[in-house]
Write a protein that binds this ligand. Structure first.
Ligand code: UD1
Length: 417
């Protein structure tokens, strides 16, 4: 078998319990925000995944020494004085979230140089809203040779209206506003749970942020933030992926360490599809229904259906009794998985932002390629239900965002190598 591939033998229903790791997207922004205080920040519940390892490399490179502790937490030590700016395009290409250093660096030392991330597997990743936000707070920005150069002389809180509730732009503006004198108001802000975790983290450091989880966030700038210890929220996308694993494999899984409200859009759709879903004290229990009913899905910013769960749901809908329509409203390239699923026997047609999934009786194992992180996870799910063996190439995409995925699946009865 090729290096960086996963081999999945289909046809084994998954049963048992699985414990969800900390949220990738919260972990990455908290790691970045930690440089806004001097001293030692300790993060608990951070997943050991490829993206986090790349972020550790960046932190070490800029002078904020990071290391894993014996108890599984990560220490990030920011020295007093200036940090080097994270200018490497090689790392920015690997980790889009490195653009979060724009707000964090400006907030820390009034100067930031950040590589433009360029396009990526799931679509174009513009930075216009990030720039509009930091400019409204008084930053001067220039784009030269693929880098954003930003500096802040007389920062002052301001009012920012985001044309789209971008997660990254909201985070960058919150971080900068936390250290900028005066009041900042972010309107049409993103409401994702990871934004709330960032606010809880910054507030524990001494920031004054209110309103996260709604579309208007108010930040009163403070002079100093202090380093703290914080536990990251559970990963709702990993949880959702295991919930689909139960439904697609014909099994029953208790998904532990979840915040059920974060998963309501996914739970609602799984129930519509005929799965049995129950929230209890230990987590969310999902049992496959007798058949998968077709449903329509539209991805939207939180609390709408998450784009990061769209591919996994598509895999499940391939085996439904009818036709489903999926509309992708957040990232334009999120249908690259369609050709791979069709190679496994699915019947999916794409027209612009819309995919029509006609259910088939069986999927068949073959050689497929993970085109991005969530598409990779969705191919693993399809492979669990497929007849025969599936080889998923480019599995490195999957390791970017899932901690011990094969081990966790195998403990539930899957056959993944
Ligand atoms: C974050 C998540 C990603 C998730 C996405 C949407 C992290 C590390 N990644 O990505 O997993 O899929 O939220 O929930 O947290 N946009 C602009 N201009 C901008 C910024 C964004 O037009 O300046 C557009 C993007 O092209 C995209 C949409 O806004 O179409 C959403 O992007 P955004 O919410 O910014 O996603 P990320 O923060 O990059």
């Amino acid at each position: 078998m090729l290096k960086d591939s996963l081999l999945v033998e289909g046809g084994h229903p998954l049963y048992g319990k699985v414990r969800v790791s900390g949220a990738k997207n919260a972990g990455l922004v908290l790691m970045t925000a930690s440089i806004m205080a001097d001293g030692e920040t300790i993060l608990d519940n951070l997943p050991r995944i490829r993206d986090v390892e790349v972020m550790i490399q960046i932190l070490n490179d800029i002078g904020a020494k990071s290391k894993w502790n014996e108890d599984g937490s990560l220490s990030i030590c920011s020295p007093a004085g200036s940090l080097k700016n994270p200018t490497s395009y090689e790392l920015a290409k690997k980790l889009r979230a490195s653009n979060l250093f724009l707000g964090a660096m400006l907030g820390r030392q009034a100067e930031a140089v950040v590589s433009l991330p360029g396009g990526c597997d799931i679509g174009s990743r513009p930075m216009d809203l990030h720039l509009k936000g930091v400019q409204a707070l008084g930053a001067e920005t220039q784009i030269e040779h693929g880098y954003i150069y930003a500096s802040m002389k007389h920062g002052r809180g301001g009012r920012v209206y985001l044309d789209f509730p971008s997660v990254g732009a909201t985070e960058n503006i919150m971080m900068l506003a936390a250290k900028t004198p005066g009041i900042t108001i972010i309107e049409n802000a993103a409401k994702e749970p990871e934004i709330v975790d960032l606010a809880n983290f910054l507030n524990a450091m001494g920031a004054k942020i209110r309103g996260t989880g709604t579309d208007v966030i108010k930040v009163e700038g403070v002079e100093e933030l202090k380093a703290i210890r914080h536990a990251i929220i559970p990963d709702r996308i990993e949880a959702g992926t295991f919930m689909v694993a139960a439904a697609i494999s014909g099994g029953e899984i208790l998904v532990e360490n979840v915040i059920p409200t974060h998963l309501h859009p996914v739970v609602a759709k799984l129930k519509e599809m005929g799965a049995f879903v129950e929230e209890n004290d230990q987590g969310i229990l999902v049992r496959a229904g007798e058949k998968v009913m077709p449903v329509d899905i539209k991805t939207l910013p939180y609390p709408g259906f998450p784009t990061d769960m769209q591919s996994q749901m598509m895999a499940l809908l391939c085996l439904s009794r009818g036709s489903s329509i999926i509309v992708e409203n957040v990232f334009e390239n999120r249908f690259q998985i369609v050709d791979e699923l069709n190679r496994m026997g699915a019947k999916i047609k794409v027209e612009g932002h819309t995919a029509v999934v006609e259910g088939v009786k069986t999927l068949y194992g073959t050689r497929v390629k993970a085109t991005d992180l969530r598409a990779g996870a969705a191919l693993v799910l399809a492979a669990l239900a497929a007849r025969g063996q599936t080889v998923i190439e480019n599995a490195i995409h999957i390791f970017r965002g899932y901690e011990n995925l094969s081990e966790k699946l195998n403990q539930l009865g899957a056959k993944v190598q």
